[in-house]
Write a protein that binds this ligand. Sequence first.
Ligand code: BG6
Ligand code: MG
Length: 232
Amino acid sequence: MTRSRFDSLAPVNCRPLRGVIFDMDGVLTDTIEFHYQTWQRLADEEGIPFTRQANEALRGLSRRDSLLRILQGRVLPEAKIQELLERKNRYFRSFIDTMTAEYLLPGVQVFLHDLRQAGIKTAVASASQNVYIVIEKLGIASDIDVITNVYDVDRPKPAPDVFLYAAQQLGLGPQDCVVFEDAESGVEAARAAQMRVIGLGDAAQVGAADWVLPGLEGVRWHDVQAKLTPGV
Ligand code: BG6
Ligand code: MG
């Protein structure tokens, strides 16, 4: 049989991975509890019902989108919305002030080291406006090649924009990258970017990922590459 000039091209999802794009909250650090406590305080102050369970549905959403969900259709003047967003962030920043490397989730440091050893590029693509200060506080800024958030692009997750932007900043194509996400909106965004995606945590949130794991603890790069690049 004659060889076609396409024979040497592996299918897109079989290309070896060259970059990892991390979501931050709930993947690298457990700020979800901080977000919960600050939203709960704000909701209590405003007399709006809110629960820990309701907070789960906010994973991955921007601060404004989270507030709109909490308001459940209540209409407020824009100035009041801005005041609530600023107050929420003020409460959240007082938690951030206490952060150190101890707030890294289990397995993160080892995995980042693994990636460096393997020559894999790394990015953080978050919905959080606080992404730079949190990464700094966690002490991992020098392990990450590109840090970005949804304010660098037009549309927040679940649109693919922030992941496509991160890949571009790394000098890679979407097919070269795998995303690690803990939120449904983030998995959806990675899929829309046509990237491979590993979901961390609850399958009810991240079941649409290519691979679902409890967290980064014990995860080694060669296992990820083998799982997501079959036959290469
Ligand atoms: C996401 C979190 O990463 O960032 C959300 O999952 C949070 O819970 C969002 O609301 C926005 O964060 P920030 O720091 O801009 O208020
Ligand atoms: Mg997250």
